[in-house]
Design a protein around this ligand. Structure first.
Ligand code: SAH
Ligand code: F3S
Length: 479
């Protein structure tokens, strides 16, 4: 069996999407996104900015005047995918020399103008904080020059922009609440590509949530690299909070309060959030989740390793024991809460004993779901600078396989526990296999499939009795 360095979940480690919307000035944009949910959410901001200057979007490459790739730099493989895609666009440009090709997102930020040297067909390189500059940059490319803006910002949150909802189901949407990350996990490129952490004005978050509800959406996911670290004190970087006035400090809004505000503002909307960082997840957040029925009982709580010594080398700010204490607290406060994780196999210096600690932590938690990766060294990160990527490839792959197999066993156990029970399901659309069946999720984020009865539609909450399951899907009938 060939090992993929991840386990399946389309909503997160998304496949490329492209989009269709609007009419306007004759110029057509083809926008393709890779990587995390934040990138997909950012693409909606980019579409909004370009729609305002008259672009319409197309799903057909042949029609495109402008191709934008919103890229991911998290692992080498993600970058390779983008490089291969660019090769394909090279052919298109030979046929249509007026075509403009731009690279957005984390790879743009990481490589900056080096991208133009390495990939000759690229005209435009724009980092995640510079999308407002796209109209100006496009003018430069219209005049035949290449254009680059990779300036990271202290306060950009795109709070005032109304994202154009792309390629979605009209039921679930992302709402971005923080940008950047201050954590400096030694393996991670994100702090370098997305800059320092800053939070978005809570009132604009609430307003966007209400608008989404009024437009028929029934589930939002509040997004950030580390949502539990959310802190609004009037704008600016999180690290500058210590310089805030006493008044700003006294009236600052933390994540638990933001959750409460959103839960109250849209009581019939389901609320999810991602990603939680164990070091910042407060007990207050757990109590807020327990208190509000519309906050989903699911936490994505990456741990990366079950070994305190590895966590230390990764510069994660908690131990194995502290993480397990948090898990115990979650189980106590919300016994029905589902949990998922991110795990890295074969980080620098990882011994067999440390790997076994990862497996034993997984045995303790029995996660519902996991995203599992082989360590991929990223240029410029502290790990790349200071540590040897010394776990042999075969060993990394074997450890990853053991982690994936254990997770599959746990996912099956979790799915089996849902059998015979009634679940509230939010219908998202047709099931992948058949248009005679609906697909939705329960509060724990498990996918549920059931036959249509003719009286329900996407966006409805229905009660479904689950009779069977596979390792990733619950199968039931509406009651
Ligand atoms: N806080 C972020 C984490 C971003 S990266 C979030 O919102 O999801 C997502 C996951 O990719 C990480 O949790 C980690 O498990 C994995 N990852 C990051 N850098 C990696 C690397 N260099 N090699 C392998 N996996 C990595
Ligand atoms: Fe990366 Fe760690 Fe932040 S994984 S995104 S540096 S929390």
């Amino acid at each position: 069996m060939e090992i993929e360095d991840k386990i399946i979940d389309e909503s997160r480690q998304g496949e490329a999407i492209n989009i269709e919307s609007g009419d306007k000035n004759g110029k057509k944009l083809f926008l393709e996104s890779y990587g995390c949910q934040m990138n997909f959410s950012d693409s909606e901001i980019v579409a909004s900015i370009l729609t305002e200057i008259g672009y319409s979007t197309t799903q057909s490459l042949d029609q495109a005047d402008l191709i934008l790739l919103n890229t991911c730099a998290i692992r080498e493989k993600a970058e390779q995918t983008v490089r291969n895609r660019l090769k394909h666009f090279n052919q298109l440009k030979k046929i249509k020399p007026s075509l403009t090709i731009g690279v957005l997102g984390c790879m743009a930020e990481r490589l900056k103008d080096k991208f133009l040297e390495e990939e000759h067909l690229v005209d435009l390189v724009v980092g995640p904080d510079a999308y407002r500059d796209l109209p100006n940059l496009l003018k430069e490319t219209d005049d035949g020059r290449s254009a680059v803006n990779v300036i990271l910002s202290k306060d950009e949150t795109y709070a005032d922009l109304n994202p154009v909802r792309l390629g979605g189901n009209g039921v679930t949407a992302f709402v971005s609440i923080t940008r950047g990350c201050d954590n400096m996990c030694t393996f991670c490129v994100v702090p370098f590509t997305r800059g320092r952490e800053r939070s978005r004005d809570p009132h604009s978050i609430v307003q966007e949530s209400i608008e989404l509800y009024n437009n028929g959406y029934r589930e939002i996911t509040l997004l950030g690299q580390n949502v539990d670290s959310y802190l609004w004190y009037g704008g600016g970087l999180k690290k500058d909070f210590k310089k805030a006035t006493e008044m700003q400090k006294a009236t600052a809004i933390h994540f638990a309060q933001l959750l409460e505000m959103v839960a109250n503002a849209v009581p019939k909307m389901r609320i999810r959030f991602s990603t939680s960082n164990p070091q910042d997840m407060s007990r207050e957040v757990l109590h807020t989740m327990a208190k509000h029925k519309n906050i989903c009982k699911y936490i994505h709580l990456p741990v990366q390793s079950g070994s305190t010594s590895v966590l230390n080398r990764m510069n994660r700010q908690h131990t194995r024991e502290e993480y397990l204490q948090l898990i115990d607290d979650i189980r106590e406060i919300m016994p029905e809460c589902a949990l998922s994780h991110d795990m890295i196999a074969g980080f620098c210096g990882e011994t067999e004993a440390e790997h076994q600690e990862t497996l034993s932590l997984m045995e303790y938690v029995k996660y519902d779901f996991g995203y599992m990766f082989a360590y991929s060294e990223r240029p410029g990160t502290p790990a790349e600078k200071k540590m040897a990527d010394d776990v042999l490839d075969d060993v990394k792959k074997r450890r990853l396989r053991e982690i994936i197999e254990l997770q599959q066993k746990h996912s099956e156990t979790r799915m089996n526990a849902y059998l015979g029970k009634i679940h509230e399901v939010l219908i998202e659309g047709n099931s992948k296999k058949s248009d005679k069946e609906w697909m939705g999720r329960n509060t724990q984020n498990a996918v549920v499939v059931f036959p249509k009865t003719g009286t329900e539609k996407p966006g409805d909450f229905v009660q479904v009795k689950v009779n069977a399951c596979t390792s990733a899907t619950l199968i039931g009938e509406k009651i």
